[in-house]
Ligand binder design. Structure first.
Ligand SMILES: [Mg+2]
Length: 252
């Protein structure tokens, strides 16, 4: 594959839920609830990810009902760590081996997302998510409403505030709030490996249909970076993903 015209990219930012991790964190917390309530909350998440409802509307309602405690947030973190998406660990390690900055931009809850970041070796300063505010006993109080990430367009704002040396950026995500950054970063890559969201599949300039997140390396690295990576024995198993990226590239 030819060298990416906007590359080489300096940093790779990933969404968390259904991108770096194969779960939707908040939905995990609804497990103890009555079945009908669980279904209603899952439907809300889905509508937000498909762009059918404004994120802020879904966000407040969902968090108010779920009201996660410190214990719940720790549980989400554990679930993220137990369920990375396919090849997520190797993908992040490979990018870091090449000296790329790796970050997370998520509308998820910061306390949970940070646990996954730590597991993946992602620096906390590159983790952007919504902090849950707790009282002294670890009970839910509110969430950080000053974060842009509980509203549509929030990820664009986070990208705008990145230090200049993080650019050019490649951004990877599964949902409509991820797709919003397309045109605001050097390259947006839609990831359908966990959940295929039709509006994202239809509009993403690059869309990965396969289950492995490592396909990001195929579309995001230039030829000499791929060569350096494959010369390293622990990354040699990634060769098929680098040589045949299962991606569709559309002209802008
Ligand atoms: Mg997601």
């Amino acid at each position: 594959m030819a060298q990416p015209p906007e590359g080489p990219f300096r940093s790779f930012y990933f969404d968390c839920d259904s991108t770096l991790s194969s779960i939707e964190g908040v939905d995990e917390l609804t497990r103890g609830m009555p079945e009908a309530e669980q279904r209603a909350l899952r439907a809300l998440t889905e509508q937000a990810m498909l762009g059918e409802l404004p994120l802020e509307q879904v966000y407040e309602r969902r968090l108010h009902v779920v009201a996660p405690s410190a214990r719940d947030l720790a549980a989400i973190g554990r679930r993220y760590v137990e369920h990375p998406s396919r090849d997520a660990v190797a993908t992040v390690a490979a990018l870091q081996f090449l000296g790329k900055r790796v970050g997370i931009v998520s509308g998820g809850l910061r306390q949970g997302v940070a646990a996954l970041a730590e597991f993946l070796g992602i620096d906390d300063s590159c983790v952007h998510a919504v902090q849950v505010l707790l009282d002294a006993d670890g009970r839910y109080r509110d969430f950080d409403r000053s974060s842009p990430l509980w509203r549509n367009g929030g990820k664009i704002e986070v990208m705008r505030r990145l230090p200049p040396d993080h650019h050019p950026v490649l951004f990877v995500g599964d949902g409509v709030t991820d797709l919003e950054v397309q045109g605001h970063v050097a390259r947006f890559v839609g990831f359908g490996g966990v959940e295929r969201r039709p509006p994202v599949a239809a509009r993403a300039e690059v869309y990965l249909e396969g289950p492995s997140l490592a396909a990001v390396l195929g579309v995001g690295l230039c030829d000499d970076e791929k060569t350096r990576l494959l010369a390293e024995p622990r990354f040699a198993f990634l060769r098929p993903m680098l040589e045949q990226p299962q991606a569709e590239r559309r002209p802008r």
